[in-house]
Design a binder for this molecule. Structure first.
Ligand code: HEM
Length: 236
């Protein structure tokens, strides 16, 4: 238990390395983005963050079907508004926030194993590289720009959790497949630990509630999209 605890601390702190690697430089010089726009060049600024690149396959569902999924999730334009409101709140704290999530993964051996090498040791390089993309994902989730590039990349993220694509982006030597049950389950710790960060603002309690509710819907929606490679062909 002590070992797990100290590994969690080490992993959460190691995330600060990510802060020095330029994650916050973002991918557009004017800071405006959808950051995918700058990733149309051959080399993404964040290693492995390939939104909009030619290497990304077309999504197997249409934007219209995404709209239907939003209806099923009761995700409205108001949720989009509150997701976007959260961006300015979260951006200054994004490294710390992802550090909290990394601490959660590091504190749970059944999750940490997916980042560990054949010898059972956490692969700090792998954790560090994924972390940069994770920080970008926070901003993209808050941006809520549901265009074709975003949709296509959702299915890429799904593949990267599944044996069809895990480890390849970072040339990692870890377990090659994450059991799907943990993906949707992590919606809860991810959004629960997010809430105190949303409270670090001048927004009213009602606005914080609405930002939080929108995040729960968005994270659940994304894990549903990521389930694609796990579901029998034709059943998604
Ligand atoms: C709500 C649930 C989850 C969220 C929001 C999430 C988010 C992400 C993001 C944003 C990335 C990087 C995507 C990219 O390459 O651009 C990623 C990759 C990864 N995540 Fe998750 N994740 C979730 C669940 C899990 C679970 C349960 C595990 C198990 C420990 C996990 C382990 C990993 C690993 C190992 C990678 C790197 C995959 C690779 O080799 O490319 N994730 N995740």
């Amino acid at each position: 238990m002590l070992k797990t605890h100290s590994i969690a601390l080490m992993i959460a702190a190691a995330g600060l390395l990510g802060a020095c690697t330029g994650t916050q430089a973002m991918n557009s010089s004017d800071g405006s983005d959808h950051s995918s726009s700058a990733n149309k060049s051959t080399e993404p600024i964040i290693p492995g963050y390939t939104v909009g690149s030619k290497s990304i396959e077309r999504a197997p569902i249409t934007l219209g079907e995404l709209e239907e999924l939003k209806l099923s999730l009761l995700m409205s334009d108001e949720d989009i508004k509150y997701l976007r409101m959260s961006r300015d709140v979260l951006e200054p704290h994004v490294e710390e926030l992802v550090g909290v999530w990394y601490g959660f993964v590091g504190g749970n051996e059944h999750l940490l194993k997916y980042f560990s090498n054949n010898a059972g040791e956490p692969d700090m390089d792998y954790l560090g590289r994924v972390r940069e993309r994770f920080e970008q994902w926070v901003l993209d989730t808050a941006q809520a720009e549901y265009d074709q590039e975003w949709l296509d990349y959702q299915f890429e993220i799904g593949r990267r959790h599944h044996r069809v694509g895990k480890n390849t982006t970072d040339h990692a030597d870890a377990i090659d497949h994450i059991n799907f049950r943990h993906l949707s389950a992590l919606t809860i710790p991810v959004t629960t630990t997010l809430r105190p960060f949303l409270e670090r603002s001048d927004h009213t309690a009602e606005e914080v509630d609405k930002m939080h509710a929108a995040w729960v819907k968005s994270v659940l929606m994304q894990t549903i999209l990521w389930s694609y490679p796990y579901v029998h062909e034709g059943d998604f």
